[in-house]
Design a protein around this ligand. Structure first.
Ligand code: SAM
Ligand code: DTB
Ligand code: SF4
Length: 331
């Protein structure tokens, strides 16, 4: 039992007011786990319903043959994976998936395309129509289509896009070990175009690509540099895909994932923190810890973009066991 003479362990606020952001992030991440989780839960409960988890569904509207060489990705033309490239899906197919996603409780529909960047023209016009029609279902609508120019971001906004996903993925330093066909600066420019157009920014990263813990903290520091801060932060664990350079990467240490989620929650109190790729190989207990550490969204449905994901029935059981509920759409 704690005696009156014993002090409560140091909390992040004990850090000197002159500490740099890097020092603050390091101190938050490395503090004893009970203190880290306590702080993350306090912040989470201040801004979110601690019982509610937003369900999102992904739809890969254009598969494979991507000219970028992202080392983690099944869809890069630079890697020999088993994936069969597919052209842009037609509007009906996308809407069928969007309606099914809504019927299964998802409130956000995210369309991904294996493009390096968006080209003006017929295909972009088709995507704009998809955005209009998904928005009309009264779902949040998100796209991840690669690099965007400011005028394209404005058109997506006008079509009703809620959010654009464009990940920084890892630290500025480690990025060039993972992708050589584009730079961190390219990523930042697209993110600028998205926020300047008034679209909410969804920006996160991937753990388990051979990066150090310091790289992960430097990635969080880079996220803190975004202005405005991202409203949505997907934290992915690498799904190792045979044929990619990262096919043999070892899995992320589970408590390191929990620490990353909690640190993200503390640094971004109002953001949605999404426990994204990699859940299929996580135990229910690990997912529960992530939800207790401040994650408040998951992707549901048996497939992410190209890799498998837990069945919806499993996720329903998990939420039920935890006494948690799918988050309703805010009016
Ligand atoms: N082409 C677009 C782009 O790269 O911005 C959008 C699609 S891309 C597949 C979306 C995000 O999925 C990537 O930024 C990356 O963070 C994540 N991702 C891709 N492959 C992954 C994998 N094997 N494991 C975990 N996350 C992955
Ligand atoms: C994000 O950060 N994770 C989602 C979403 N944004 C688009 C995608 C995960 C993809 C996992 C690998 C795949 O299925 O190909
Ligand atoms: Fe292409 Fe996106 Fe995959 Fe990179 S992550 S190879 S840009 S689809």
């Amino acid at each position: 039992m704690l005696r009156a003479s014993e002090s409560i362990p140091a909390s992040p606020s004990a850090l000197s007011p002159n500490a740099t952001l890097k020092q603050r992030i390091t101190q938050i991440y490395h503090q004893p786990l009970p203190d880290l989780l306590f702080e993350a839960q306090r912040v989470h409960r201040e801004h979110h319903n601690p019982h509610a988890v937003q369900l999102c569904t992904l739809c890969n509207i254009k598969t494979g043959a991507c000219p970028e060489d992202c080392g983690y990705c099944s869809q890069s033309a630079h890697h020999k994976t088993d994936l069969k490239p597919e052209p842009l899906l037609n509007l009906d197919a996308v809407m069928t998936e969007a309606r099914a996603a809504k019927a299964s409780g998802a409130t956000r529909f995210c369309m991904g395309a294996a493009w390096r960047d968006v080209k003006d023209g017929n295909q972009f016009e088709q995507v704009l129509e998809m955005v209009r029609q998904v928005a009309a279902l009264e779902m949040e609508v998100c796209c991840t289509l690669g690099m965007l120019k400011p005028h394209q971001a404005k058109r997506l906004k006008a079509a009703g896009l809620t959010a654009y996903n464009h990940n920084l993925d890892t630290s500025p330093h480690y990025y060039e070990h993972i992708v050589s066909t584009r730079t961190y600066r390219d990523r930042l420019e697209t993110i600028r175009a998205v926020s300047d157009a008034g679209i909410s920014v969804c920006c996160g990263g991937i753990l388990g690509m051979g990066e150090s813990v310091q790289d992960r903290l430097d990635f969080l520091e880079a996220l803190c540099g975004l202005n405005p801060p991202p409203e949505s932060i997907p934290i992915n664990c690498l799904v190792p895909v045979p044929g990619t350079p990262l096919q043999d990467a070892p899995p992320v240490e589970p408590i390191e994932l929990v620490r990353m989620i909690a640190t993200t929650r503390i640094l971004f109190p109002v953001a949605m923190v999404r426990l994204s790729a990699g859940r299929l190989t996580m135990s229910d207990e690990l997912q529960a810890l992530c939800l207790l550490a401040g994650a408040n969204s998951i992707f549901t449905g048996p497939k992410l973009l190209t890799t498998p994901n837990p069945e919806s029935s499993h996720d329903e059981q998990l939420l039920q066991k935890l006494g948690m509920i799918p988050k309703p759409l805010q009016g």
